[in-house]
Design a protein around this ligand. Structure first.
Ligand SMILES: Cc1cc2nc3c(=O)[nH]c(=O)nc-3n(C[C@H](O)[C@H](O)[C@H](O)COP(=O)(O)O)c2cc1C
Length: 219
């Protein structure tokens, strides 16, 4: 099973287009796939109530409760988010913070996430309007922390800078193919005996500054 998390509020935007291709690739390699559009999920931010410290579960009664079992059971995750103010979208960050319940379960209560011996791998997809050396760095740190907390190995990342207007990503020469192949390789890695496969893909260099790059000096 490969779970796709669409982190953008913009339907059919750059990251969702890439996510859909990655999930198509995963499906073509034999995986059952499911996409959750996080903007549709009625989930409030973590209230830091501390209740999960002793129970390992979140007591907030909202639609995050339907995502917890999916995060727990899935073999693969593809998290797709636009870069917003140098980080992930609020939609993505909200569900990550709600995974404090898994953090408590793992680090305070000493219990594993997922089935015993289950191989779990995650792919991170992001686009940003700029393409500076640091555009994606904070988000990569957040996603690595998220995956590690829920016991998902970091499989790799697909990062595209200088991609701003809805559908800009379709002009990129290889992005849609890259995403499809990454989905295939994610499933192959899940099925293989290797322990820590990596997907060594790097942010694609900008050809032209986007309007955001021309206007903004700080993000
Ligand atoms: C609220 C907001 C904040 C943004 N902040 C950044 C930023 O800090 N750095 C950047 O490179 N792009 C930034 N962008 C541009 C988006 O990352 C870019 O347009 C992306 O391709 C959108 O992906 P989507 O179509 O999947 O939503 C921002 C856009 C919005 C709406």
């Amino acid at each position: 099973m490969v779970l796709g998390l669409a982190g953008s509020p913009r339907r059919g935007g750059n990251t969702e287009l890439l996510l859909d291709r990655a999930l198509s690739g995963a499906a073509s390699a034999g995986a059952q796939v499911e996409k959750v559009v996080l903007n549709r999920l009625k989930a409030r931010p973590c209230q830091e109530c501390g209740s999960c410290d002793t129970t390992g579960v979140c007591k907030m009664k909202d639609e995050m409760q339907s995502l917890y079992p999916k995060l727990e059971k899935t073999d693969g995750i593809v998290l797709a988010s636009p870069i917003f103010f140098m980080s992930l979208s609020a939609q993505a960050k909200t569900i990550i913070d709600r995974c404090q319940a898994f953090w408590s379960r793992k680090y305070l209560l000493g219990r594993h996430i997922g089935r015993p011996g289950q191989k779990r791998l995650g792919l991170f997809i992001a686009t940003g309007g700029t393409n500076r050396g640091y555009t994606f760095k904070p988000s990569i740190t957040v996603v690595k922390s998220f995956f590690s907390t829920i016991e998902v190995g970091y499989f790799g990342e697909l990062l595209y800078g200088s991609v701003d207007a809805r559908g800009d990503i379709l002009q990129h020469p290889s992005a849609m193919d890259d995403a499809f192949k990454a989905g295939v390789r994610l499933v192959e890695a899940l099925l293989s005996e290797d322990t820590e496969p990596a997907l060594p893909l790097e942010a694609t260099p900008a050809k032209m500054p986007t309007s955001r790059e021309a206007e903004s000096a700080n993000c």
